[in-house]
Design a protein. Structure first.
Lengths: 171, 456
């Protein structure tokens, strides 16, 4: 059973040109694996802007609230103690800790969001299609599950016409 | 992307992508050189000296230090502020320069961030040991306890706890997120099974997918946006430790900006000290070029000048305030028994960085290395001057005294320097010292020969 087809380019400009050609022929590119973030690739394969920023904002907002309310609770409710005649509910002196907790929560929320969303993490078993992807190859992956042989042949032709190298069918 | 033809390339030697990978991974391969062994032996010995000093402090108590009733903060706090300051350069390079889209940061951000992490660890050690009873260090965190006690949120010392911990954790994840793709590269280039398994685990299963990269860029950008105000807040809060007190010489509103620029100033000096040696030792001269050194030297001129102006402003304000205690504190700094420390500080921090106005000097490796050492020394003395000279002659002349560190305090300081270099030497063997993926992403626009990069 054939599952997907991979092919690579060795330069990002060729990759972008080739991809445009492949996509214009009506093929669906499932993934593009690159050694570094390629400028303009998002647009070509139609990726939306990441919404992780909202996760960060939510994390930061929760952090700020937790930080502030906790300090307010400690000083007005749990353990009100007079420090040199300062007010118990001393908003200005709660600001530094509130800020730090907000940053901490935002950063961690975002990074965990990033890892979970991408299914990355310690022990993650993602398929490594080509070991040179992290070096100098720009690999494209197309899903061909359940496709007829003629169709696969035509995909291969389109790929090689678009200048892709090393076209391989994998299970 | 258009790049001006007069702009000098950031990466020399007309590399292609696979050469970049090979060059940057080279220092991790094989057995370490004999210089590496010499370095780690020396650093390890210094760290052992520190371990002995730690033992003495914990076993016999803080009385083994030279502190007294009048001077309650000495080398311990001096070293703390110095190390935190050194850490700031890494975040400045990786976060603030990222927000300003400075491409030259790509060659130095990884090692500078590693330096940040190690420096914060060294810094955090000092307040902890200053408590005397190391094992009760966790008392500084607000945790539910049987005494129903909470910490004092009005105290800048407590703000410091939050600032430094947050700073360390955020720097750590920022650094690691940046490392993930490069660990992927190490994994894919690994020759042995064990190496592959370890780096495979650490790489979190990185594949290089376009979706991941797109999110990775978003995460990096937002983390930089978070880390930038964070780094400013950290040294601001450290300066609050002093500024919110009523000690003449500490109680000034100029402290936050003055401390932050001082921190970046000393941090860049430390980055230069390390990288001038590292680029040579690791054969990375084509990646960390004279241009990088020169750019860092320019940051040193700016921050050094801000620090210089802050010194003069402080002096002026002491006179202008008309407060005789404040005036005395400053006269005592400049002409009192610790005048030698004050003038070392003035010379190293105000005069030496100004030499970088000459292009010959700021593009000379030897001169830069020497000046960077001077700045490191000067910035240590700045903290010493602030801490000790303000304390040793307080409001009551009968309690005036002098402060001298003991061998235990010296041991703690030397120990953290040893720890710093030990961990840095381990770092250069374990992880790529330059952000491989980031260098590749600027190779086309900023490499030598620019377009020549892709032919194998």
């Amino acid at each position: 059973m054939n599952n997907y087809i991979t092919a690579y380019y060795s330069d990002e400009e060729d990759l972008l040109k080739g991809l445009k050609q492949i996509i214009s022929k009506g093929l669906k590119v499932n993934d593009v694996l690159t050694p570094f973030p390629v400028h303009g690739l998002d647009k070509v394969i139609g990726l939306r802007r990441s919404r992780l920023t909202r996760v960060a904002f939510a994390g930061g907002a929760i952090g700020a609230l937790v930080g502030f309310l906790f300090q307010a609770w400690v000083f007005t409710n749990a353990y009100p103690i007079n420090f040199g005649g300062k007010p118990f509910f001393a908003v200005p002196s709660f600001i530094p800790v509130t800020f730090e907790i907000a940053v901490l929560f935002a950063a961690f929320a975002m990074v965990f969001g990033f890892l979970i969303h991408n299914k990355l993490g310690p022990g993650s078993k993602n398929i490594i299609h080509d070991e040179r992807v992290t070096d100098d190859r720009f690999l494209i992956v197309l899903d061909i599950k359940g496709e007829a042989n003629d169709k696969i042949k035509s995909i291969e032709t389109i790929l090689s016409d678009a200048g892709a190298q090393g076209i391989t069918i994998k299970e | 992307m258009y790049v001006s033809p007069i702009r000098e390339p950031l990466i020399r030697g007309a590399k292609n992508y696979s050469q970049v990978t090979k060059d940057i991974l080279a220092p991790m391969a094989g057995t370490p050189s004999k210089y590496w062994y010499m370095g780690i032996t020396l650093a390890g010995a210094a760290a052992l000296f520190g371990a002995w000093a730690t033992f003495m402090t914990v076993y016999y108590g803080i009385g083994t230090w030279g502190l007294n009733k009048t001077v309650g903060w000495g080398w311990g706090i001096t070293n703390f502020v110095w190390w935190v300051g050194i850490g700031h350069a890494g975040t400045f390079i990786s976060a603030i320069l990222l927000l300003f889209r400075q491409k030259w940061r790509t060659s130095i951000n990884r090692s500078a961030e590693a330096m940040t992490l190690i420096a914060i660890a060294c810094a955090g050690f000092f307040p902890l040991i200053h408590m005397g009873r190391l094992l009760l260090g966790f008392f500084i965190f607000p945790y539910p306890n049987t005494r129903a006690l909470w910490v004092n949120f009005n105290s800048p010392l407590l703000w410091d706890v939050f600032a430094i911990s947050t700073y360390f954790l955020v720097s750590l994840i920022f650094w690691y997120v940046g490392l993930i793709p490069d660990i992927g590269t190490v994994r894919d280039k690994a020759k042995t099974k064990i190496r592959k398994a370890i780096y495979g685990f650490l790489s979190f299963g990185w594949t290089g997918s376009a979706k991941h990269w797109s999110r990775h860029e978003t995460v990096s950008l937002i983390l930089a946006g978070l880390a930038a105000p964070l780094v400013l807040s950290v040294h601001t809060i450290v300066s609050f430790d002093f500024a919110t007190s009523v000690i003449p010489g500490w109680h000034t509103t100029i402290f936050p900006p003055y401390f932050v620029s001082g921190a970046v100033f000393s941090g860049f000096a430390m980055v230069l000290t390390l990288l001038i040696v590292a680029r040579k030792a690791l054969n990375l001269e084509e990646y960390i070029t004279i241009n990088h050194i020169e750019s860092m030297n320019k940051v040193i001129i700016v921050t050094g000048s801000i620090v210089g102006i802050a010194y003069i402003t402080e002096f002026f304000m002491a006179w202008y305030s008309g407060v005789e205690y404040e005036q005395y504190a400053f006269m005592n700094r400049a002409f009192g028994p610790y005048a030698w420390a004050y003038w070392i500080m003035m010379t190293c921090n105000v005069i030496t960085p100004q030499l970088f106005w000459f292009k010959k000097i700021r593009t000379s490796l030897v001169a830069t290395f020497i000046i960077s050492i001077f700045v490191n020394i000067g910035m240590w003395f700045e903290r010493f001057v602030i801490v000790v000279t303000s304390l040793h002659r307080d409001y009551l002349p009968s309690s005036w005294t002098m402060y001298k560190p003991t061998i235990v305090e010296v041991g703690l300081y030397v120990g953290t320097i040893g720890l710093f270099f030990t961990l840095f030497l381990i770092f250069i063997r374990v992880f790529p010292v330059i952000a491989i993926a980031e260098v590749k992403s600027v190779l086309k626009s900023s490499g030598d020969n620019k377009i020549n990069a892709h032919h194998e």
